[in-house]
Design a binder for this molecule. Structure first.
Ligand code: AOF
Ligand code: ZN
Length: 367
């Protein structure tokens, strides 16, 4: 394939590097940076770990004196604040770069345009917006968390063509094909936490870990369990692979709670109702630094999260199968609306063929 060499070439390289780091930067965004001087790439970098160097710092360190007079391509506005690391703006100014091309501005209220302003004040040419929507999409979880303190919730489900998650007997192994399941595990790697209802735990005793052909990060495992029905011998309490966090209510039995804590779980009480107050739950998870959650149901929990407007993104795998059965569960079980006009609309639908399945991705619009 022939490619024109232009600004987009370098920004795309920076975006590609950033995309590959998704899942390893904690609540921080993924960012890539490419430094180009007189037609040569002289520095490359990506932000790889919260608390460690930002993308620009790595790329400028590689470029060394070749950064003078160079163009810096960076997928996010260089920071202007002292966080866990010093401001990238100052680093770019000190390196005497001539031009900075930024994909998207940083929504962090501590930055929010100040980085760009500071570079311009130093006499550097700054252009903003090249492939901006791609950079924003890559950081959709960060964008929500940094402006609201709430985790970004992606619900993932796999269903038959007649919208069922399982057969009427409950058998669900497997609805989707192996390719879809690999993508699901990639999503687990890319989210800080995974969340299921206790019903799913009791039915499947799942591990909720990331299993891929290469080593990958395991999400924190969150169980929504109003009555603390979770057994102490549950696999995910035994394996110690990643933390287990249980959302329950003020009424939960103190002795069961103590036993779960002794078994290594963290128990978070969310409201004093009969059921876990999911809004409060999201607030408390955000306060604990959980920036993104992959919600894997079942249907009742998905439905409650949807009803309360707590789902940001939907990833649905549809398998070319029909299973039937009025009692077979579906992906979103909630009371439902009377009229089709009241339905929750899903915007920006993307369709992707994954092995034998079809993957639909979209964003619910709450009225
Ligand atoms: C950049 N380049 O590569 C990243 C940026 O706590 P710190 O020091 O890691 O700062 C985190 C904040 O810095 C984060 O919330 C976001 O505003 C920005 N991230 N900025 O110039 C980078 N990762
Ligand atoms: Zn920075």
């Amino acid at each position: 394939m022939l490619d024109v060499l232009n600004d987009e070439t370098y920004m795309r390289l920076a975006l590609d590097m950033a995309a590959k780091a998704k899942g390893q930067t904690d609540i921080n965004p993924v960012v890539g940076c490419v430094v180009v001087n007189e037609g040569r790439i002289v520095g490359l970098g990506a932000h790889l770990k919260r608390g460690e160097g930002h993308a620009e710092v790595h790329a400028l360190a590689m470029a060394g004196p070749a950064a003078e007079g160079a163009t810096v391509y960076v997928t996010l506005e260089p920071c202007s604040h002292h966080g866990r690391t010093p401001p990238c703006c100052d680093r770019i100014i000190a390196a005497k770069a001539a031009r900075v091309v930024v994909a998207s501005t940083d929504p962090n209220p501590l930055v929010a345009g100040r980085g760009i302003a500071k570079l311009r004040e130093a006499g550097i040419t700054v252009e903003v917006g090249l492939l901006g929507s791609e950079s924003q999409k890559m950081n959709e979880a960060f964008n929500k968390f940094i402006t609201s303190g709430l985790p970004y919730v992606t619900v993932k489900s796999a269903m038959t063509m007649d919208g069922k998650l399982a057969a009427k007997t409950g058998d669900s192994r497997y609805v989707s094909g192996p390719e879809s399941r690999e993508l699901t595990h990639t999503l687990r790697h890319q989210h800080m936490a995974i969340m299921v209802g206790v019903q799913t735990l009791l039915a499947d005793d799942p591990e909720l870990t990331t299993r891929l052909q290469v080593p990958a990060a395991h999400p924190i495992r969150i169980i929504v369990d109003s009555k603390l029905r979770m057994p102490l011998h549950a696999k995910l309490l035994q394996d110690k692979i990643s933390p287990v966090l249980i959302l329950t209510t003020e009424h939960a039995d103190p002795s069961k709670c103590a036993a779960l804590v002794a078994a290594g779980a963290q128990v978070v009480r969310c409201g004093s109702g009969e059921k876990v107050d999911l809004s409060v739950g999201m607030q408390l998870l955000g306060e604990r630094g959980i920036g993104s959650i992959l919600l894997e149901g079942g249907g009742k929990l998905n439905g409650s999260m949807l009803e309360q407007g707590l789902i940001d993104k939907i990833v649905l795998f549809i398998a070319p199968k029909l299973i039937g059965g009025a009692a077979s569960p579906s992906a979103f079980e909630f009371e439902g609306f009377d009229r089709m006009s009241e339905a929750i609309k899903i915007k920006d639908i993307q369709v992707q063929k994954v092995g034998p399945d079809v993957c639909l991705i979209g964003y619910p619009e709450y009225g």
